[in-house]
Write a new protein. Sequence first.
Lengths: 148, 128
Amino acid sequence: MTDTTVVPSIVKTVHVPLPVEKAFTLFTDRIGEWWPFEGHSVGGQGSTVSFADQRRLVEVLADGTESTWGEVLIWDPPRGVRLTWHPGADASPRQTQVSVTFTTTQTGTLVRLEHSGWESQTLDDADIHAGYSSGWVVVLDSFTVAAR
Amino acid sequence: VALAEAAGREDLDAGQSVTLGLPSPMSYELALTALADPTRRRILERLRGAELAVGEIAAQLPVSRPAVSKHLVVLERSRLVTHVRVGNRSLYRLDTRGLEELRQYLDDYWTDVLSAFARQAEAEEGHQ
């Protein structure tokens, strides 16, 4: 058990029939063309979102208000992007992070998204083992199978 | 004894929202808000593998005991923490329900996002 966070990382994967460069561009430069704003943004329908200067992921609401979702930590086309993640809230020193990586396959690109960093503090092994009650095991198992 | 009983009632009041009715549809937001605070995350860390009284938690943190109590109320409302009464002491421990709700919300969130991305990618591929 190497996960030392109170909330384990969320890992999701999806395969798309595009070459890796196009998949990366679609996910990043063209994020505003497909992002599901309804229920997944601060402003909902009418908002746009973009990676401003490849440094920040910024939503612009219908009224022109800006909401920064996160700051880019790594911008490495076409392999991946890593950013802090705090939509609807100010940046804090220990915010969560989202990584998206793009891997070439025979028929396209595998996109892997990981949302992590709920705790940056690691605990020693004794704490970790003592902390995993049966309830935790159930939770972790259900999280592991969530990746599709 | 009277003091202990009064303290006990206070603790029960603080935990009341936990036992009321069905989970709110916004419960994951409570967990998100609760976890946004570094001190509350520290408290959760302390409670991994341990059931601790308020004073024991406060002793390990650079925060006053009353402040820890307030944080515990927030954590308990978010169903991230629960407590048991042992004699005249309240022992706090992790409650996985809040985490499960948060986890489910985030899981659905990212599924929706990646599905929208895949739909767009497939539409593009069809046009090539």
